[in-house]
Design a protein around this ligand. Structure first.
Ligand SMILES: C[S@@+](CC[C@H](N)C(=O)[O-])C[C@H]1O[C@@H](n2cnc3c(N)ncnc32)[C@H](O)[C@@H]1O
Length: 323
């Protein structure tokens, strides 16, 4: 996390500061994708995972369901399980259940979304032997806290599912994984889900569905600014755009201003001007190749222990071990 991010203790002040930096500078306007997940954004994301066009979550779940026993066999016992950005935790059931067959397990989902943590506790509460302790923190702060809890030589299994790693900008994924590695001990495991490159139309449909759920998810970020920062965005004057950036091999989500306009963000004490057709970049989803993931693992201090790829929707589940 950048040092400046720690200056603010009040999350609203931090949000206002990030929105101002993203909308009032020169060049491409940009908002951090973590702000997509307020309670309404989290609920909309859950609907996205059910869409016929969004095969990613189903592929991730198929792999976890089919290979959970095998994955867990690679993890030294006893182990704590933690998950970065767990969301509802629905897919995690398979791993926790497999862990529970050999020993009781403590599970620490790390989330910035309180709604996600509540949903996760409800979703996984019936997995008998798993004690669930939600950690409402940013990824690395939360992981540091969880790592400090281990006792008696326990290892750590960190889950980073759903290809959330792809939301980091080009190069930032490696920086992030190196930071994760620096918190881990040799022998700890990282189960990393990564969406793979596939035909363009399939990728674009997944981020621009005909029901408009992804558009609502994206536009809700402006709604959130209105609600939390007393903004006056007219959501009808912006539209959702999904496009593929060949150079970075990423689907990018943007919000395009339909006309020239000025938007006031009163709690932030600023106004943001928009030209007609100007966009705000809200999320990237990098699409990996299998070889790229293997290289990323090694350059970040892991070895690739095993990799499983889904037959229906190119997606890789990667078990990395800290060296
Ligand atoms: C793309 S969703 C994936 C959810 C789930 N892992 C899945 O595979 O369906 C990303 C999740 O990470 C959380 N998140 C995003 N940025 C975060 C951050 N910096 N620290 C902690 N959680 C974060 C969001 O609240 C959201 O629930």
């Amino acid at each position: 996390m950048a040092a400046s991010a720690k200056v603010w203790s009040d999350p609203v002040t931090q949000f206002a500061s990030d929105v101002r930096a993203g909308l009032c500078g020169k060049g491409q306007k940009e908002l951090p994708s973590k702000y997509l997940y307020d309670p309404l954004g989290f609920a909309l994301f859950e609907v996205i995972t059910q869409l016929p066009e969004y095969g990613l979550t189903r592929a991730d779940e198929r792999l976890l369901r089919s290979h959970a026993q095998e994955i867990v066999r690679h993890v030294p016992s006893p182990a704590l399980v933690s998950e970065l950005g767990s969301g509802s935790g629905r897919k995690t059931r398979w791993i926790l259940s497999a862990m529970c067959e050999r020993e009781p397990v403590s599970y620490y989902p790390i989330e910035i979304s309180r709604a996600a943590l509540a949903s996760c506790a409800a979703e996984l509460g019936d997995v008998g032997c798993a004690g669930i302790v939600g950690v409402e923190r940013e990824y690395l702060d939360g992981l540091g806290e969880v790592a400090a809890l281990r006792t008696g030589g326990a290892s750590l299994l960190v889950l980073f599912l759903g290809s959330t790693i792809g939301n980091f900008d080009s190069g930032a994924d490696a920086r992030f994984l190196r930071e994760v590695r620096s918190i881990l001990a040799p022998g700890d495991s990282l189960l990393l889900g990564a969406d793979l490159l596939k035909p363009l139309e399939r990728m674009l449909d997944a981020y621009d569905d005909p029901l408009g759920v992804t558009a609502a998810f994206n536009l809700n970020l402006l709604g959130r600014i209105n609600r939390e920062l007393d903004g006056d965005f007219d959501l009808r004057q912006f539209e959702h755009v999904a496009r593929f950036n060949e150079a970075t091999s990423s689907i990018e989500m943007h919000l395009r201003s339909k006309r020239r306009q000025v938007v006031n963000v009163r709690r932030g004490g600023f106004a943001a001007p928009f030209a007609a057709d100007e966009t705000v970049w809200t999320e990237s989803s990098h699409k990996y190749t299998r070889r790229e993931i293997a290289k990323l693992a090694v350059t970040c201090g892991f070895r690739m222990e095993a990799q499983w790829v889904d037959d229906e929707w190119p997606f890789a589940e990667n078990l990395l071990v800290a060296v």
